[in-house]
Design a protein around this ligand. Sequence first.
Ligand SMILES: C[S@@+](CC[C@H](N)C(=O)[O-])C[C@H]1O[C@@H](n2cnc3c(N)ncnc32)[C@H](O)[C@@H]1O
Length: 304
Amino acid sequence: MNLLLNEEDKDGYIMNQIESINKMIENLDKRWIHYKTIKSLLEDTLNELKKIKFNNKTIQRTHERKIEKYINWVEVYRLANYHFSRYLNSKTSYSEGLFSTLLALNNMYIHDKSIKNIGIIGCGPGRSVLDFSLAYPNAKIHGLDYSSVALTLGKKIVSSCDKEIEIVRREDNIIIDKINGFKRNNCLWSMFDLTKSNIKEEFDIAVCSNVINLMPNHKEAINKIYNMITPNGYIIYADLTGWRIDRKEEQELLKDKDSIKKCFEDTGFVTIECFDGGPYVEKENDSNFIFYKQTYYIGRKCIK
Ligand SMILES: C[S@@+](CC[C@H](N)C(=O)[O-])C[C@H]1O[C@@H](n2cnc3c(N)ncnc32)[C@H](O)[C@@H]1O
């Protein structure tokens, strides 16, 4: 795992995640059938974090509620199931429409062999990292996320050649499912916080799905992404819209497709296409599904 955090932030992020992961390990119950699987993921993450050099004396700990949520193993396995259950025994992935649409937009409007660097921002356990690494075998695909646990699992699934990686799956009860590593060797996995990003003109394509809507300030997040993209590069974006009413003003910018289009254009992107798509589907139980509206945007950072 690499670090794409500012020098002054990195100790806080690493120490905080080490502490939280140790606490999670302490709280695991040995009687659970998934005890060993979770413990091994959390220990692998600690080993990844310990490889990173940091100075634990000057710590400004970063305790943020959202980070705590996304390093939690429950959330990481939940996302891994949405991303990869098509490749697990269940052979179902109700969120498949999202990932296919991101690729379809790429295929229709970009698909350019000269693309060298692609950033998957808030990649979670890495489904889009896999998809874009297959679409662009000669490019470097950077999976960026602040969750060290999601990055560790993503790296194992997408980049390793490990056999039978265990995935905790919750159906009516808990199941341990298995997946083989995809052995992609053109991917990098980095700890990164979009709210603090100083990355400039790094990615020919930035892919960002279901992340910006979670951020404290949407406008600022889109600006940060704009800065990360090379001149004439592309943004492929998706978010769930029309599902939250209890938000602060600076978090209401991306509430529907018109506001999304305006916000990206105000930042400097030229719109290629913006539409309500989806639905994004989550399975609640055997007889019930929850549907969200997924809105898509593809645009270009055209420099005159
Ligand atoms: C809802 S998940 C979406 C994952 C994936 N992009 C998808 O569409 O399924 C949100 C992801 O964004 C990450 N995330 C949220 N805020 C972030 C931030 N400020 N910087 C980096 N990653 C962030 C979380 O850790 C989590 O993995």
